[in-house]
Design a protein around this ligand. Structure first.
Ligand code: NAG
Ligand code: NAG
Ligand code: NAG
Ligand code: NAG
Ligand code: NAG
Length: 390
């Protein structure tokens, strides 16, 4: 009876130890507890030592005030932040046009930049092969690194490795495709150039040039003119007659009406916002691709019409590239060696009238075409002094 009463509070322990007397039971409890405590202490002590050995104190974790500034500095230097994200891909990447346009169309929705951004001018050279006037451009760019970027689209058969390593044009050729005069692939090449330049978040203004183009002012003047402009420079005008409205195809209706049809020079200058709109257009582009075939030349109508219909508020409707159409015909006048004089260059710089940011101005053209390769030596002789290159 007694045994049964004693056993009842701890029946399981009795079963485990299977001991008959309560005294022995109590002693074994103490022994068990003491052993456990000792083992626990030993383990925790040795673990503590091991942990201390593993985690060698880093400058970060020390409590002494002296090493803190060092940690601060190394952290700053090694910080990745947005660096990896903002790094533009190699100019000679292997993206398809579809992949390129998709990537280039991405826009941050938060205004401003959480880093220091020096806006750059992207010079987009649409060429057949080499750039014969490159030495003049080299002088123009000299000393202005970090405020411009160059992209070259040339015929796929052109061997770009021939561009000297010392040249600003070296390694700046984008993956290019064949372009034929008056064909729609000219517009595709322009979009390809814009899209490649958009991959660099620093590029703010985009100017299309050919191998026969020259600058008319020094870099700092052109940079200020472009960065300071509230508008883009896509020439756009309504021209009655066969080479204007005559090129309109009624099958473009209802998207494009005759009254909306515009003409203009392909040599544009535009801001980043407009460039993104142009490469993202999926509505007007296919219609021009299908219906603007010779004698309709898409490079003279696609951008002038698109910009005039959708983005006219941001456009000045004029081109920054001077050209001479005075003698008529399908091609503008070309300038060879003897045509290049100081007076001629002065006239191009200050012989016109236009509006700039709402004010009347005589400074209307930043660039001029079409200069033949043999004009180079005279350009090198008169240009830098007249245009105040540094
Ligand atoms: C450490 O960082 C703080 C905050 O970014 C900064 O104000 C301080 O100048 C830095 N100190 C050093 C030594 O770089
Ligand atoms: C381009 O020119 C370099 C040097 O002259 C030559 O080694 C290379 O084979 C050429 N590449 C092509 C595709 O013609
Ligand atoms: C440019 O042309 C469009 C029509 O195509 C017109 O609405 C706009 O006012 C013009 N802008 C300037 C600055 O002349
Ligand atoms: C530009 O031409 C106008 C007259 O057409 C003249 O008043 C002005 O001084 C000229 N500016 C320069 C910088 O030559
Ligand atoms: C660029 O030309 C302007 C005048 O046209 C001159 O005032 C300026 O100093 C020149 N810039 C440089 C960097 O030489």
């Amino acid at each position: 009876m007694k045994n049964g009463k004693e056993e009842s509070p701890a029946p399981s322990s009795a079963k485990i130890f299977n001991t008959p007397t309560p005294l022995f039971n109590l002693m074994s409890y103490f022994l068990f507890f003491g052993l456990g405590l000792a083992i626990g202490l030993i383990i925790s002590f040795s673990l503590n030592i091991q942990l201390k050995q593993f985690f060698v104190p880093t400058p970060d974790q020390t409590t002494s005030p002296l090493p803190i500034p060092i940690a601060n500095e190394t952290k700053k230097i090694n910080r990745i932040g947005l660096k990896e994200y903002l790094k533009p891909p190699k100019v000679a990447h292997d993206m398809t046009d579809e992949e390129l346009l998709w990537r280039a169309s991405m826009v941050p929705r938060v205004g401003g930049f959480p880093f220091k951004r020096v806006p750059k001018v992207a010079f987009l050279f649409l060429t057949r092969g080499p750039l014969p006037l490159a030495p003049f451009w080299e002088l123009f760019f000299k000393g202005h690194e970090g405020r411009y970027s160059i992209y070259v689209h040339s015929h796929p058969s052109f061997n770009a490795t021939l561009v000297p390593q010392s040249s600003v044009f070296h390694g700046r050729r984008i993956p290019s495709k064949e372009v034929q005069w008056g064909k729609f692939n000219m517009v595709e090449a322009e979009r390809r150039l814009l899209a490649n330049a958009l991959l660099d978040i620093s590029n703010q203004r985009f100017v299309l040039l050919s191998e026969s183009c020259i600058p008319l002012y020094n870099f700092s003047t052109i940079y200020s003119y472009l960065m300071g402009s509230k508008k883009s420079f896509v020439e756009s005008y309504d021209l009655p007659g066969p080479v204007g409205r005559g090129r309109y195809n009624p099958r473009m209706k209802p998207l494009i009406k005759m009254e909306q049809w515009r003409k203009g020079s392909q040599w544009f200058e535009m801001d980043r916002g407009l460039a993104i709109q142009v490469i993202s257009d999926r509505k007007y582009f296919p219609v021009f691709q299908k219906f603007c075939t010779p004698p309709c030349y898409a490079d003279e109508h696609y951008l002038p019409t698109l910009v005039s219909v959708k983005f006219w508020r941001r456009n000045s409707n004029r081109s920054l590239t001077w050209v001479d159409w005075s003698h008529g015909g399908a091609h503008p006048a070309r300038f060879w060696r003897v045509a290049v004089t100081v007076d001629f260059l002065k006239k191009l710089r200050n012989g016109s009238h236009c509006h700039y940011n709402g004010k009347s101005s005589n400074t209307c053209f930043m660039f001029a075409r079409k200069f033949l390769p043999n004009a180079l030596d005279r350009l090198l002789r008169f240009g830098p002094k007249l245009m105040k290159f540094n």
